[in-house]
Ligand binder design. Sequence first.
Ligand SMILES: *Cc1c(COP(=O)(O)O)cnc(C)c1O
Length: 374
Amino acid sequence: MSSHPPFDFTTQTVHADRFGGAPQGAIHAPIHTSVQYGYERVEDLIAVFQGTAKGGFNYARQGTPSTAALEAQLTQMEQGLGTIAFATGMAGICAIFLTLLKAGDHLVCSQFVFGNTNSVLGTLRDLGVEVTTVDVTDLDKVRAALRPNTRIVFVETIANPGTQIPDLDGIGALCRERGLLYVVDNTVASPYLFRPATVGAGLVVNSLTKSIAGHGDVLGGSVTDTGLFDWSGYPNIFPAYRQGDPKGWGLQQIRKKGLRDMGGALSSQSAHQVALGAETLALRMERTSATALALAQWLEQHPAVGRVLYPMLPSHPQHAWAKQHLKAGSWALSFELRDPAQCLAVCNRLRLPIKATGLGDTRTLIIPVAHTIF
Ligand SMILES: *Cc1c(COP(=O)(O)O)cnc(C)c1O
């Protein structure tokens, strides 16, 4: 059975394995545990190594039929050209930076990004990559940050944890005009609430750990090529990956350098768990967004609370854009107390929300960001 565009998001997602042709009529793609792959003829083995065999598997570090099934499901969700699954979201982000940037290149990155992403920027600077962090809600500041050696602009759809939303359309148009690779981390929004391809993103990152797997019991990350970026003009593609249709060059290089060489591979077992979580993404995002909005509205009325940051509150600086372009506000909300000295005491007094080391679970979790991930 093949895929038909009229199917809605969840129907398409839950039937992804079948549309991909799972063997023996299996409704779920099997968990393939083999690390090595054997071939009848050594010529077939050579073809797999040289990348000329269609669909042949090499070594599980470069992917398995189970990770390939998840990749197909994610490509469908983001309506892209192809996807690479990684062990974590950070593995995916590092693979993009380390395989596509060289010393002397310039990266423009949102100043509102996940703490660990921000930490990677320091590593890049040590390796000789120039990095500028900017307020991406202001298009003029992004434009002013560009240099002749700028290669990539990196933003988060809804920033973790401050929920700032970049001028996504404006930056997309700017990147298209200047031939820059626009990378959008869609972790908090997820492809159900928003597809970065609609604003011209070339690559989309998702930490599968958060929205997509959703249950706080598995790590994963992904990089999806939307097909919108022209890789033939990108100077850092090695000759070995300038093979075939230029549309595939970027992912070829990221898979070979970022997955095969750097090794941040997702296991088949984890791929299955992520794919299972993904089936209920739409249901969970609707519910968690409704809960977060109710909580944000309640907090905004509370006399001890100062600022509440949540895209679906009219007080949010990018509320008008969010209301028009996001299906809902997602699970991330931040708030400040009128008396910041009370932060730890207030966290400790909460009975239901779990004081936890991260975000993205079926449970309500809370973390004092200034003392931890920042
Ligand atoms: C959590 C997170 C990441 C990192 O994902 P891991 O799977 O934990 O490595 C990257 N970006 C954003 C926006 C995140 O929230």
